[in-house]
Design a protein around this ligand. Structure first.
Ligand code: UDP
Length: 239
């Protein structure tokens, strides 16, 4: 990575400037964190697998009419994306209770929800990305009510498309998180990543967890789980 200008370094990615002012380069690291970075580690091929899985999924969503920031995957660890202002909100979409929601509400993990659940979180590491509501988001200046409407619509469409896609490869989409970015024109597009780091993915037959919970909960075979997701997606989407 010779002479590149580092614009930003996060927990799992580095962002570099490119010659095109409208584009940046995303480098996917092998570092893994969980529970607001209280648990730290890394595992083999994590960066590569998340880069490749995100590229496959974003290309698929783009073909289905969801605008994304992805321009192209340029190497095993890197992709070029459109430069956006990241909206400081995490949109979590849930089809089954798991993780923090199962804990907060005292329901068993794996309980199917009769409705799609949207949780809005404020992206603020110092506060541990707290759960907020629409009014808080507007109060914080993170988004307007109009923009929130759009965020929910995008999240709902992404959820429907991903439920179908994962179902075809024998996977239950339990929940996931997306981040959205704003172009200078004001257009809101899908940004960041969609990978086993940001989704809960369970094998339909065995209910085996094939996502970051293997790292969070020390379940072992983390790389193998990510490879499984990549291989299944690749054979479906590159067929
Ligand atoms: N998630 C994420 N980044 C976060 C928090 C959550 O990608 O900072 C994803 C997580 O992988 C899961 C979904 O969002 O697929 C819901 O996570 P939850 O709120 O249950 O929190 P967790 O149990 O992961 O702490």
């Amino acid at each position: 990575m010779e002479n590149r200008t580092l614009l930003y370094e996060g927990k799992a990615k580095k962002i570099f400037a490119t010659e095109n002012p409208d584009h940046v380069l995303v480098y996917f690291k092998d570092d893994a964190t969980a529970f607001n970075a209280q648990k730290k580690g890394s595992f083999e091929r994590k960066g590569e697998l998340n880069n490749k899985i995100t590229s496959l999924i974003f290309n698929y969503l783009e073909k289905k009419g969801i605008p994304t920031h992805l321009v192209e995957q340029v190497s095993d660890l890197e992709q070029i994306v459109r430069r956006v202002d990241i909206i400081p909100l995490e949109m979590v979409v849930r089809n089954y209770a798991a993780g923090s929601m199962a804990q907060r509400l005292g329901v068993e993990e794996g309980t199917k929800s009769p409705v799609v659940i949207f949780d809005l979180c404020y992206k603020k590491d110092e506060l541990g990305d707290p759960l907020i509501n629409d009014h808080h988001a507007v109060f914080l200046g993170a988004a307007t009510y109009e923009e929130l409407k759009e965020l929910y619509a995008i999240a709902d469409k992404v959820n429907s498309l991903l439920i179908q896609l994962f179902d075809k490869i024998g996977i239950i989409l339990v929940d996931f998180k997306i981040e959205l970015g704003k172009l200078p024109s004001g257009e809101i597009i899908l940004a960041d990543e969609i990978s086993p780091d940001t989704c809960r993915l369970w094998d339909k037959e065995t209910m085996k967890k094939l996502d970051k919970d293997r790292f969070r909960r020390d379940l072992g075979s983390v790389t193998e789980a990510y490879v499984e997701i990549y291989e299944r997606l690749k054979s479906k989407l590159e067929a």
